[in-house]
Ligand binder design. Structure first.
Ligand SMILES: C[S@@+](CC[C@H](N)C(=O)[O-])C[C@H]1O[C@@H](n2cnc3c(N)ncnc32)[C@H](O)[C@@H]1O
Length: 326
């Protein structure tokens, strides 16, 4: 019940129009060109979810939680809401019970006749929503990555390559923090062709950051270290192996690989990764894994598992692999 309401509020720009100054429901409807009676019921539902507050005389103001999905909030959860709760992804969830019964992880293909990345290549509207959402996720996750890496010694890493690095939000922040490093974002052409969306310029690291259009299953540039954030969980075991082997072959002898994922903890721990895993089941061929599974995968592809770093909130972990024995 929560999701369609929040999506409708974001889509109709409710969270950009309602402020901390209470405003009458009819006025909000007029500002946004909405039906009076129906929009009042949506506002009331959003207030019930804690995103707005309803006061006397049907006057609504925004709450701290509601501000999170507004257009101007620095964490921009708006992009995530438009992707994950929008029609495109909503449709794939209906295949969940049948998939679990049949053992075929194919909801996206079932619905759209191709995988999500191919769909994004063919459908610019989906691509725009998807890439915006990835940048929204990055605004949150980059901070976690910086925090998890806080004590890590980057002095031996001269070139860091971010595989499937989107618009380069995380890599640009790492380059800004570790000023001796240069970096490359390896991505699909459709993602990085619009230069205005790239972060390197905005973060003043463009002179140390290149953008490479390449298929990560084909070739990766030679680098001292590779980072993959929310990449492996998109793919199945066979695809994992191709990707990590490719990176192993491209890497310098002293190379490192950092796998940034929602790591699945013990059976008795309730964790976001166990829920996001079901989203991955519907969206693609991948899954969320435990650190033991990533460690085994690293060993299988020639890497030595070194260690895992966690954020304070434990929501993500970074598993490190080394090409030569540490
Ligand atoms: C789930 S997103 C993660 C993006 C980014 N790492 C982040 O955390 O925000 C996966 C990324 O992989 C990229 N990608 C998918 N297939 C690829 C391929 N074959 N070669 C290179 N990049 C690819 C997509 O364009 C997308 O940006």
């Amino acid at each position: 019940m929560e999701k369609p309401n929040t999506y409708a509020g974001v889509k109709l720009c409710v969270f950009d129009n309602v402020t901390t100054d209470p405003k009458e429901a009819g006025q909000i409807a007029r500002n946004l060109g909405l039906d009076d009676a129906l929009s009042y019921r949506l506002l009331r539902a959003l207030a019930s979810l804690g995103l707005l507050k309803e006061g006397p005389g049907s006057r609504f103001s925004i709450t701290k939680q509601g501000e999170l999905v507004g257009k101007d909030h620095p964490q921009a959860l708006r992009g995530i809401t438009l992707l994950e709760e929008g029609l495109g992804h909503y449709q794939i969830w209906k295949h969940l019970p049948v998939m679990i019964k049949d053992g075929q992880q194919n909801a996206f293909v079932h619905e759209y006749d191709c995988g999500a990345f191919e769909y994004a290549e063919r459908n610019p509207e989906y691509a725009q929503i998807f890439n915006q959402a990835m940048s929204s996720y990055s605004r949150i996750y980059t901070q976690w990555v910086l925090e998890a890496f806080d004590k890590y010694d980057f002095s031996n890493i001269q070139h860091l390559c971010d595989i499937g690095g989107g618009h380069g939000h995380m890599l640009s922040h790492l380059l800004a923090k570790y000023s001796h490093m240069k970096g490359s974002v390896l991505e699909l052409g459709s993602v990085i062709q619009n230069k205005e969306l790239l972060w390197a310029d905005k973060m003043n690291v463009a002179d140390r950051c290149q953008h490479i259009i390449e298929d990560m299953f084909r070739e990766v540039p030679s680098a001292g270290a590779y980072i993959m954030k929310l990449i492996l969980h998109d793919w199945n075991d066979e695809e994992y192996v191709t990707m990590l082997t490719n990176i192993y072959n491209g890497s310098a002898d002293s190379g490192r690989v950092f796998i940034v994922e929602h790591l699945v903890p013990d059976p008795d721990t309730s964790h976001f990764s166990k829920l996001f895993d079901i989203h991955m089941m519907c969206w693609g061929s991948g899954r969320e894994s435990t650190v033991e599974e990533y460690s085994a995968l690293l060993q299988q592809t020639g890497w030595n598992y070194v260690q895992t770093f966690y954020t304070k909130n434990g929501l993500i972990g970074i598993a490190e692999g080394a090409k030569s024995k540490p």
